[in-house]
Design a protein around this ligand. Sequence first.
Ligand code: F6R
Length: 365
Amino acid sequence: DKGNHRHFMEKEIYEQGEVVSHTLANYLDFAGGRVKPDTSGIDFAALDRLAISACGTAYYAGLIGKYWFERFARLPVEIDVASEFRYREMPLTGTMAALFITQSGETADTLASLRYCKAQGVRIGSVVNVVESTIARESDAVFPTLAGPEIGVASTKAFTCQLSVLASLAMIAGRARGTLSDADEKAMVQALVEAPRLFNQILNTIQPQIEALSRELSRFKDVLYLGRGTSYPLALEGALKLKEISYIHAEGYAAGELKHGPIALIDETMPVIVIAPHDRLFEKTVSNMQEVAARGGQIILITDAAGAKASTLKTMATIVLPEVSEIVAPILYALPVQLIAYHTAVFMGTDVDQPRNLAKSVTVE
Ligand code: F6R
């Protein structure tokens, strides 16, 4: 049932405040402002390495998780798309653990990667939405996302719930490894707990602006997404969402890679969507934006009030979100990224919930 929404995808975008809050409550002690004691049986303190493997949107969630595990838990992370992981004959050791991220829990390449690790005695954790799935059953520890059934083929609420679990796990690991201070843990938990309340307010505020912008975007053949730090995987996710439901060619790039190639493409026919909260990397990203502007590229900037004020460049649109802590930003910035793809596809008249050639669950290689 789509309720009063036109598509399941829209319904699922608007459900995110609720399901993210529900998911976080499974890992965080809201009242105490701490992470809950970990009962997974994965001894994060004893690990020297974590290998993450997933496909598509779940892989991008894992990429953001890598930044968090390394920064907050000082735990080195290797990450691959599952179709590469399963064949690359990575050396495995008993002092590492493997983490698989999947909405369906049935993705063939992710499952094959899991079995590859399991056969070599590596401990297996999985971040799964369908807890009755094969991947959940074959894991030593299951970290559920409580997104509820996701019907739209393009993943939205599963992604923000995966990020919520990964943020929590990075804090759990940080605590186990003694790398996360009490004060930082409290501040991060509080920021996460407060975030879901902002979702509907943000969606309602930016919706008219994004709907208008999407009409303009639908005229273009190519779109480039740029981001730095945890905004880089979001740029990849934005490009994936746009191509899969609107069929507009899009690419995501690390902002710093612009001058190593994609800058050759910049002209007035390829808009550039820049994801840049006003964080410690903002100034660097602004200089990449200047390079785009100097070549006649049109910029769509997704930032916060401080970022909008600090950037003096002319933009096609500036989408302003509330100023939030770094751990919350990727979860919140997923919202405009999803809405841009959604409204562009709706305007172009594609089958949003059932895009051509795609399946919700990819159970063959
Ligand atoms: C993109 C999308 C796909 C899936 C991918 C993995 O919107 O839905 O890229 O994320 O096929 O699927 P799961 O998470 O079920 O393993």
